[in-house]
Design a protein around this ligand. Structure first.
Ligand SMILES: *[C@@H]1O[C@H](CO)[C@@H](O)[C@H](O)[C@H]1NC(C)=O
Ligand SMILES: *[C@@H]1O[C@H](CO)[C@@H](O)[C@H](O)[C@H]1NC(C)=O
Ligand SMILES: *[C@@H]1O[C@H](CO)[C@@H](O)[C@H](O)[C@H]1NC(C)=O
Ligand SMILES: *[C@@H]1O[C@H](CO)[C@@H](O)[C@H](O)[C@H]1NC(C)=O
Ligand SMILES: *[C@@H]1O[C@H](CO)[C@@H](O)[C@H](O)[C@H]1NC(C)=O
Ligand SMILES: *[C@@H]1O[C@H](CO)[C@@H](O)[C@H](O)[C@H]1NC(C)=O
Ligand SMILES: *[C@@H]1O[C@H](CO)[C@@H](O)[C@H](O)[C@H]1NC(C)=O
Length: 759
């Protein structure tokens, strides 16, 4: 019933620290200790930083002193002055002799023996390695291991069995034997054994329980362990405890600067992974030996292991080696590289390689050529397909039948327009809309700035109309109508090329830039006259009149001299007839739409007159044709204007500038003209020609003298008093017959704008 407690406490030894570091005349490659130091204690080789003898200066510091007790045979090494017996020293670890905690019982369940184990490495550079496992042997046992210092932790396991027949040699999974892991950085632990049933049922074959920390690689559970009396004597000879050792408590970066940094030539420093500081040293690659000793890491002569080809020559260099080939051979000489090849073999090899590469080159060139050839052919085919699809043949035929008269029409190639728009670059976009996108293009031959309209995907049945419009538009030649220069049919959607008009839309000038100086009443009247002239020309020039169908201020462009240019004819026909497009169109143009046409679907040139009336009202009032901020009475400019005229309050709705610059009679007369244009019945509206005449005469009204003066100052070159040329443009008689129109829309979709002739 003796109860023993064994404490292994290592005492701090204040021994002499380092001895002199001089006198290191070590013969290369052999030294593992300091000069004049014993290297062996019994069978154990003790390498520096460990050293044999207490305070002899053979070690790096007192904790690395090895006490070789010669009173045993063979002598036994111990750590410092303590009682931890060293079994092995390696580069990173130390193996020491183990102690077993045990507890034995009699058949009545009384404890007959209880050995506890507590080991403390707190002040040493050693920690218990996490390689170790805590093992418990017995058939009615639980055991705890509690650690502290550096790392606080508790763990344990239970080992039970009911019969020794259940026990299996080598199996340590809870039946007669269990194991648990420990964490890194543990410096102190103690063990405690306990029992569940006081061994009453299993006493006959397992009277004791044992627990120990040790290297599991060296331990194999054996059934006979359960009554091994050696365990009761607290030793388990062949299962050591593994300790990690480090130098100091600083990490590498801290220690590197200090004078006692332990890693010497040709070595590098490795931080300890315990989290407690400290480092170890290791020889650099290509070196071997003891990194803690001066000249300890010596070059490895790799040539001894013959790493080169059998025909190669190995040359050892510091930290590495090189291979070369003997005379008559060729290659890098390395076994893991190209090796050495006789030069005789080399020649045909080169010839073969050259032949191969020329063959390959030829093949590559041929394939590339073929590839690009096919690609080009495909592209040409595609362009031809689009050309046909877009009605190119029809257009060509039409053009040839018109001979010289349509010489201004040009068919552009896709490449030409791509170049002109810099591959349809974003910074070339002039505008976007439901119809597509308009790009600014710069043609090279001849040099000319143009506007290129890229339509949306086109409906097959619209092609014929499209071609007709292209032809008609190229023949329309009026100074106040935007010129269509040509088109391109080689792309998936047709591209239209227009003359470039630089100063934006009338809409913008009225509603965004109304304040600028040139936009006087006089200039507004001039623009209105020009636009009216252009419309009159369209209505009267052909036997079947061309009806614009989409007259509105956004469709009146202004060129660099602020001359009006009517735009957007047939192109708006390209708008696909899907719901959203129609909706946006209705919204965009509703304020200008002739209500009679809207109701009856009967399109006449008077619809354009109505729309023009709205534009004129817009010019006078600077109000938008449809406003959502005003009361319902003021919602539609047309209605609002007519109502205001009726109520005799025209001057209250006019743009203040107009009111200031126009004479009252003149303004009243223009107001009356607008009112007539906006009549609900088309028949009551004047013709476009009448409108022009009236506007012309109104412009000659006397102005306020100061206004006249101002206008003359501002608008030099803007005035175009002569109007005679408005009607002097000749029209091809064939075109006048209208043979390209009439067979199109039935008029069921009155919201599709553009084109010519009633449907
Ligand atoms: C010492 O080593 C020799 C040879 O390796 C071996 O035969 C001998 O048993 C060892 N002695 C001890 C005490 O371990
Ligand atoms: C050697 O071991 C013996 C027996 O354990 C002990 O009496 C003696 O003091 C030890 N000698 C040294 C130098 O530690
Ligand atoms: C130990 O043995 C004594 C008799 O020797 C007995 O009285 C006692 O109950 C036992 N104790 C236990 C814990 O079994
Ligand atoms: C370990 O526990 C002890 C007492 O329980 C405490 O003083 C010490 O700070 C703990 N150490 C760590 C590292 O948590
Ligand atoms: C325990 O040891 C004794 C004597 O060495 C032996 O007779 C007995 O069979 C052993 N028991 C077991 C279970 O191994
Ligand atoms: C255990 O110690 C006892 C005496 O303390 C001794 O008789 C016995 O032989 C020892 N057993 C072993 C295996 O060392
Ligand atoms: C070394 O220790 C210092 C101070 O404790 C710390 O700031 C530094 O991050 C450590 N370096 C490494 C690599 O752990």
């Amino acid at each position: 019933m003796s109860q023993q407690s064994i404490f292994f406490i290592l005492l701090l030894c204040l021994l002499l620290a380092l001895g002199s570091t001089s006198a290191e005349s070590i013969s290369k490659g052999t030294s593992i200790t300091r000069p004049n130091c014993q290297s062996k204690c019994g069978n154990l080789t003790v390498p520096y930083p460990f050293g044999i003898g207490l305070g002899t200066g053979c070690s790096l510091g007192s904790w690395f002193d090895v006490n070789c007790n010669t009173s045993f045979t063979p002598p036994r090494p111990f750590i410092g002055t303590g009682n931890l017996e060293i079994l092995d020293i390696s580069a990173n670890t130390l193996k020491i002799k183990n102690w077993v905690a045990s507890r034995c019982y009699n058949q009545f369940g009384n404890i007959t023996q209880d050995n506890k184990v507590s080991v403390d490495l707190a002040t040493t550079p050693f920690t218990f390695s996490d390689i170790n496992k805590f093992s418990v042997l017995g058939c009615d046992e639980f055991a705890l291991i509690a650690g502290s210092e550096g790392r606080n932790f508790t763990s344990g396991c239970v080992s039970v069995c009911s019969s020794n027949r259940d026990l299996i040699d080598g199996d340590c999974s809870g039946i007669g034997c269990c194991q648990t892991a420990i964490p890194k950085g543990l410096k102190r632990f103690n063990t405690n054994l306990g029992t569940l049933y006081s061994h009453l049922n299993i006493w006959s074959f397992a009277p004791c329980g044992y627990a120990f920390l040790g290297d599991p690689d060296s331990f194999r559970f054996s059934v006979s362990d359960l009554n091994d009396t050696a365990f009761q004597n607290r030793t388990i000879e062949n299962v050591p405890v593994v300790l990690d050792w480090v130098i100091g408590t600083q990490n590498c970066s801290e220690a590197q600067g200090s004078s006692d940094f332990a890693c010497l030539q040709n070595s590098y420093c490795v931080d300890s992974d315990t989290g407690l500081g400290g480092y170890r040293c290791s020889c650099s690659e290509g070196y071997e030996g003891n990194p803690y000793l001066s000249l300890g890491c010596i070059d490895i002569n790799e040539c001894e292991t013959n790493p080169c080809d059998e025909n190669g020559i190995c040359t050892n260099i510091q930290g590495s080696y090189t291979c070369s080939c003997a005379n008559g051979y060729w290659g890098d000489g390395r076994k893991d590289g190209r090796g050495c090849i006789t030069k005789n073999h080399q020649f045909p090899l080169i010839k073969f390689a050259l032949g191969m590469s020329f063959g390959l080159l030829a093949l590559v060139i041929a394939v590339t050529w073929l590839y690009f050839g096919i690609k080009k052919r495909k592209l040409i085919n595609l362009r031809e397909k689009f050309f046909r699809q877009n009605g190119g043949l029809l257009l060509k035929q039409q053009l040839s039948s018109h001979d010289g008269s349509v010489k201004s029409t040009r068919i552009f190639t896709a490449e030409e327009l791509e170049k002109a728009t810099n591959h349809y670059a974003d910074d070339r976009i002039l505008g976007r809309g439901g119809y597509g996108t308009v790009y600014k293009g710069i043609l090279l031959d001849p040099h000319q700035i143009v506007a290129i309209k890229k339509s949306r995907i086109m409906d097959q049945c619209q092609i014929e109309q499209f071609i007709n419009e292209v032809i008609i538009l190229t023949q329309v030649n009026h100074r106040n109508i935007v010129k269509l220069l040509g088109c391109c049919l080689e792309t998936e959607v047709p591209l239209l090329v227009y003359e470039y008009v630089s100063n934006g839309t009338l809409f913008n000038h009225i509603h965004n830039n109304g304040g600028i100086s040139w936009f006087s009443w006089d200039n507004r009247l001039r623009i209105a006259t020009e636009a009216a002239g252009a419309l009159a020309y369209l209505h009267s020039a052909a036997a079947k009149p061309i009806i614009h169908r989409d007259v509105k201020s956004p469709n009146v462009l202004l060129d660099e001299y602020y001359n009006a240019k009517i735009s957007d004819f047939g192109a708006s026909r390209l708008v696909p007839i899907d719901q959203t497009q129609v909706t946006t169109l209705v919204q965009g143009t509703l304020g200008y739409l002739d209500p009679e046409y809207f109701q009856t679907s009967q399109l006449t040139e008077k619809s354009d007159v109505y729309s023009f009336g709205v534009v004129l009202a817009e010019l006078m009032t600077a109000r938008k044709p449809l406003s959502n901020t005003k009361t319902s009475k003021e919602k539609s400019l047309a209605t609002f204007f007519v109502v205001s005229m009726k109520e005799n309050c025209l001057f209250q709705i006019l743009d203040p500038r107009v009111l200031k610059e126009g004479s009252l009679e003149q303004l009243q007369a223009v107001g009356e003209l607008v009112k007539r244009c906006l009549k609900l019945h088309g028949e009551e509206r004047p013709t476009m020609k009448e409108v022009v005449t009236e506007l012309e005469s109104l412009r000659k009204f006397t102005k306020h003298p100061w206004v006249q003066q101002q206008v003359q100052e501002e608008a030099v070159g803007l005035m175009s008093e002569e109007s005679s040329d408005l009607y002097t443009v000749t029209i091809d008689p064939q075109f006048s017959t209208g043979e390209y129109s009439g067979q199109h829309n039935s008029g069921t979709t009155p919201l599709i704008y553009g084109g010519h002739g009633p449907r």
